[in-house]
Design a protein around this ligand. Structure first.
Ligand SMILES: *Cc1c(COP(=O)(O)O)cnc(C)c1O
Length: 483
């Protein structure tokens, strides 16, 4: 379906409003506005009937691709269903209509919600203290590394390097560089795990921390994580964990037990607050006792007489990382979600997320080459090895999926896998939906062999055909020229 811009539908004299001119017939424009403020030439507005306008916007809205319309197996992004009860709770007047600068005694409920959510996140991870302020995962990383830097500087032991495995999320090395650290990359084993020997080799007294994504971007749980964090600690370093993939281990593993000192959590992934299109998200950070003094301000706490308070007087704090209290609406949604599921429910989320990913793995592994042999957690990664020989690229497979009614998985990430296809079904999809997706993948892989030109032309049913991806980035055409 192509939607023309309203300017192409315009017809002179057509109008969608009615205005009673008689009531102002005896007035001139100066009765309302001084002459020098009046427009001298008519505004170039499209001329359309009300029905034209209604159809235009309704058709535009139908182009929207979302989790509410389609399956969305975008690996690493955890595009799970966002329960509607979350939305209802965030719309309650007491939450939605409060102002961040209100006196604290008038917003005790909001402060309590933040305090209680913080406690829940601490319980879920086994950590000691929390900040809810960061607005995204990457922002949580920045906050975490700034705390680690402040802590080490305070010890009189400022260090220069951060160790990051090559299976980490791309934001990890970016964050480390942004904080002024030199990044030391270590290779994962062919199986897909971090290697304690490789860490031992690069670990010295100039390493501030290890930054590890666990489960990693290969969808793998680091089985040697405790041994590795012990190595880092024995050299006086700290351990940062990217916990964006917490939905794989909820209720089964306490991050604190693995030797993690600092961890961010993506509420907009694991805890079902909506995301995509650039936000808003929330990336709370939980820390061990040692890092608590450095938490950003304000810290929300329960004080005497059962009152809640936002505390700013914290001399060692890294300061503010976000205006006011972070993305409060997201916090209400995540709180609702956690309370709705309860401890047993949260466990069943990760059980199902892992089961679904392994079902996809089992159905597709005869058709696609696995990126690594390690067991899959919440997502499964394949390479382009099985279809490269037909001169078909990962991108062609992804585009063809759009024709068959599915959002493409994450492609070409992680970069350590040739032509990676990263599928994360999430726990909210039914077996029937996952089967339809796997059927489509298998059909496409058959086409790759027999009719590869079909894949090269795809997508043919989408509103935009195949774009020149480089040109689309370098010279984006963001508006229609109007004659
Ligand atoms: C999504 C993700 C991030 C970044 O989170 P944002 O909220 O997009 O900034 C970091 N690490 C991992 C492993 C992720 O999946």
């Amino acid at each position: 379906m192509e939607v023309k811009t309203v300017f192409k539908k315009t017809r002179k004299g057509r109008q969608g409003y009615s205005f009673n001119m008689e009531s102002i017939a005896d007035k001139s424009i100066e009765d309302f506005l001084p002459n020098d403020m009046c427009r001298q030439a008519p505004l170039n507005l499209p001329e359309l009937s009300e029905l034209d306008v209604v159809r235009h916007y309704t058709q535009l809205s139908q182009l929207n691709y979302s989790i509410d319309t389609h399956y969305y197996p975008l690996g690493s992004c955890t595009m799970k269903y966002n329960p509607r009860i979350n939305e209802e709770m965030s719309e309650l007047e007491g939450f939605a209509l409060t102002h961040p600068m209100q006196y604290q005694y008038t917003v005790q409920g909001n402060l309590r919600l933040m305090s209680d959510l913080g406690d829940l996140l601490k319980t879920i991870t086994g950590m000691d203290a929390v900040t809810l302020q960061p607005a995204a995962g990457a922002h949580g990383e920045l906050t975490g590394l700034l705390m680690i830097r402040a802590c080490l500087t305070d010890r009189g032991d400022a260090r220069k390097k951060v160790i990051i495995p090559d299976s980490a999320h791309g934001t990890n090395p970016s964050t480390a560089s942004l904080c002024g650290y030199q990044v030391v990359t270590v290779k994962t084993t062919p199986e897909g795990f971090m290697d304690p020997e490789a860490i031992k080799e690069v670990m010295d007294h100039d390493v501030a921390c290890l930054m590890v994504t666990n489960p990693s971007t290969l969808g793998v749980f680091e089985k040697n994580i405790k041994e590795i964090t012990d190595i880092v600690h024995s050299h006086g370093g700290l351990v940062y964990c990217d916990g964006a993939n917490l939905n794989a281990i909820l209720g089964h593993v306490l991050m604190a037990d693995l030797g993690v000192d600092c961890l961010h959590i993506n509420l907009h992934k694991t805890f079902s607050t909506p995301h995509g299109g650039g936000g808003p998200g929330a990336g709370p950070v939980v820390v061990k006792k040692e890092l608590e003094p450095y938490l950003p301000v304000p810290v929300i706490a329960r004080t005497e007489h059962g009152r809640y308070s936002a505390i700013f007087d914290r001399p060692k704090s890294i300061g503010r990382v976000r205006a006011f209290f972070g993305n409060f609406g997201m916090l209400v949604r995540a709180y609702t979600y956690i309370r709705e599921y309860g401890a047993e429910g949260l466990k069943s989320i990760s059980d199902m997320a892992v089961l679904n990913a392994n079902y996809v793995r089992a159905r597709l592994k005869g058709h696609l080459e696995l990126a690594c042999t390690a067991p899959s957690m919440h997502e499964v990664v394949f390479s382009d090895k099985s279809f490269k020989q037909y001169d078909v690229k990962t991108l062609d497979i992804a585009k063809r999926l759009l024709d068959l009614g599915f959002h493409a998985p994450t492609v070409y990430f992680p970069i350590i896998v040739s032509g990676a296809i990263m599928i994360e079904p999430t726990e909210t999809e039914s077996k029937e939906t996952i089967d339809l997706f796997c059927d489509a993948m298998i059909q496409i892989l058959k086409e790759a062999k027999e009719t590869p030109e079909l894949l090269k032309e795809a997508p043919v049913t989408a509103p935009c055909k195949r774009l020149d991806e480089v040109k689309a980035v370098r010279e984006p055409k963001l508006r229609e020229d109007i004659e």
